[in-house]
Design a binder for this molecule. Structure first.
Ligand SMILES: Cc1cc2nc3c(=O)[nH]c(=O)nc-3n(C[C@H](O)[C@H](O)[C@H](O)COP(=O)(O)OP(=O)(O)OC[C@H]3O[C@@H](n4cnc5c(N)ncnc54)[C@H](O)[C@@H]3O)c2cc1C
Length: 417
């Protein structure tokens, strides 16, 4: 089934055109080839050199089409070869892009490189941009973001133990990280370190600095890719053992690492949610397609009330998730305080995605959990999203605190704003 994208009356012409052009590439070139494009990665029994060759030729061909259509790198400013989209334009493009598995990579958006690119654009010096950002954008380099540690809770980033000590004109970094995505392929890592005063209490503010570390630096030990969902992964465990890099590798002002991480996550959460909506959209189409065509117990699935319930509940989940995300994005764009809304979508949207994908899997039966459809991958993705970028509980606690703070100040909540 193709994604059905018509102009949205409230959106400007440019973004409607971008959505239509994105849908065209997805419908005409990606969906018909989806399993072949990613075959070698999804199906290890089907990873002969010929399959690899065909898959990379297909990917290159699609990337060329994307560039020709002016749709390359929606997350980057034009001066770095991107589309120069506004925040809202990018959000509205994302839901279309995410309809097809892995499509964002074919449009030049590859996590964690894309997040690192944005941080380098915002915080990088001219020299850092030349050395790291430009090759990253050109696809000549890979990168990772190394923050989470096995021995400290990632949900409380101020507790991080990895230290960076100044020695002459170098940083000396020591620490133990894991779940550094893309770690094996990365040419450099952006490492979150505790600086200034390594002996300060764990909850002190203003001690975090992000430092660029080339992976070839002596003392960077990539221990392993931590297996995820029963498969090998590139989410790496890394030991930093007296790693020395120049002081000029610090990204942004010393002590601003926590703020930079928040910048990375804030807008990123809206984009992730719009991606989840694209995945739900696809799951919904798949659910309806199967309900209309599968005959069981004397009639099509669509005539069974259980299945009708799945369709209705999924529609409500998707609409609620989408409108909540757009409301949050509009508030961010208007310069309001979006903190409650960001946390709300971070919790609600992956949960909604989990429910929608779960129902689509149920409707498809065994095929639903097979590698022939994107549903099994979506299901794991939705579950993972409830942990990554801040677990659900942390966001709920924050929401309640912020809401109650307003009531304590004698105000009530205004749902219209
Ligand atoms: C596939 C994947 C990719 C990742 N990629 C990266 C990456 O590239 N770079 C990187 O640095 N990290 C990455 N991460 C790590 C991720 O950001 C962390 O897992 C996340 O921040 C949670 O940290 P933690 O695992 O240490 O859980 P913990 O902080 O130990 O939390 C465990 C659980 O405790 C509960 N909890 C926490 N706080 C509270 C509270 N206040 N009240 C009640 N319950 C609470 C929650 O249920 C939570 O799930 C990735 C993770 C995954 C799964």
């Amino acid at each position: 089934m193709a994604i059905n994208v018509k102009p949205v009356p409230t959106l400007d012409e440019r973004i409607n055109d971008i959505r239509a052009a994105t849908a065209e590439v997805i419908n005409d070139h990606i969906l018909p080839n989806e399993n072949r494009i990613w075959a070698a990665r999804w199906d290890s029994a089907n990873s002969s050199p010929d399959v690899h060759k065909e898959a990379s030729a297909l990917r290159r061909d699609i990337q060329q089409r994307v560039k020709k259509a002016g749709l390359w790198a929606p997350h980057l400013p034009e001066e770095y070869g991107g589309m120069g989209l506004s925040f809202m334009q990018q959000a509205y493009m994302n839901e279309v892009l995410a309809y097809s598995v892995g499509a964002s990579a074919l449009f030049g958006v590859v996590a964690p490189n894309s997040g690192n690119q944005k941080i380098l654009v915002k915080y990088g010096t001219d020299e850092q941009k030349k050395r790291w950002l430009e090759p990253l954008v050109a696809g000549e380099m890979q990168s990772g973001f190394s923050m989470t540690e096995p021995d400290t809770p990632g949900s409380d980033p101020r507790s991080l133990k990895t230290t960076a000590r100044k020695d002459g004109n170098e940083w000396v970094i020591n620490g133990h990280k894991w779940f550094t995505s893309n770690g094996k392929r990365a040419d450099f890592l952006i490492v979150m370190c505790r600086t200034e005063d390594p002996e300060a209490p764990a909850d002190a503010d203003g001690k975090m600095t992000q430092i660029i570390v080339p992976t070839t630096t002596s003392g960077v030990n990539i221990v392993r890719g931590v297996p995820v969902w029963g498969r090998d992964s590139d989410h790496c465990e890394i030991i930093y053992d007296n790693v020395r890099v120049p002081l000029s590798n610090a990204l942004g002002r010393e002590g601003s690492g926590h703020q930079a991480a928040q910048d990375r996550l804030g807008a990123g959460r809206v984009f992730h949610c719009m991606n989840s909506i694209g995945a739900m959209w696809r799951s919904f189409d798949l659910m309806n397609e199967r309900a209309m065509t599968r005959e069981v117990h004397g009639g099509p699935l669509e005539e069974k009330q259980f299945i009708q319930g799945f369709i209705a509940e999924s529609y409500m989940d998707i609409q609620a998730a989408r409108l909540m995300t757009i409301h949050c994005a509009e508030k961010m764009e208007a310069g309001g305080d979006p903190r409650v809304d960001i946390s709300a979508i971070k919790v609600f949207v992956p949960e909604a995605m989990h429910r929608v994908v779960d129902r689509a899997i149920q409707v498809w039966g065994a095929a639903g959990v097979s590698g022939d459809l994107p549903l099994a991958g979506y299901y794991q993705g939705a579950r993972t999203l409830r942990i990554a970028d801040g677990p659900d509980e942390v966001h709920k606690v924050l929401m309640a605190k912020l809401i109650l703070r307003r009531y304590h100040a004698g105000e009530t909540w205004d749902f219209g704003n």
